[in-house]
Ligand binder design. Sequence first.
Ligand SMILES: [Zn+2]
Length: 77
Amino acid sequence: MFIRFILLLVVVVVVLWLLKRLFADDPETEQVESPEAKKSEDMRQCKFCGTHVPESLVVISNDQPYCSQDHADRDKT
Ligand SMILES: [Zn+2]
């Protein structure tokens, strides 16, 4: 009698766990996709100050990445 109660409890827990996973699936996949979309732009490190700058804002001077034209000029001297 006691073993049947334990088996029933295990079955209920497993069913609840499966239902929870089934309903939690949609928001989880959306949460995983959004940080990846943000990471799509590569970050470059300024050679002068070490600040990480998005690829589109990087100033390239002598094939080296800089956060600004100011740092590109300052690194030359
Ligand atoms: Zn810099």
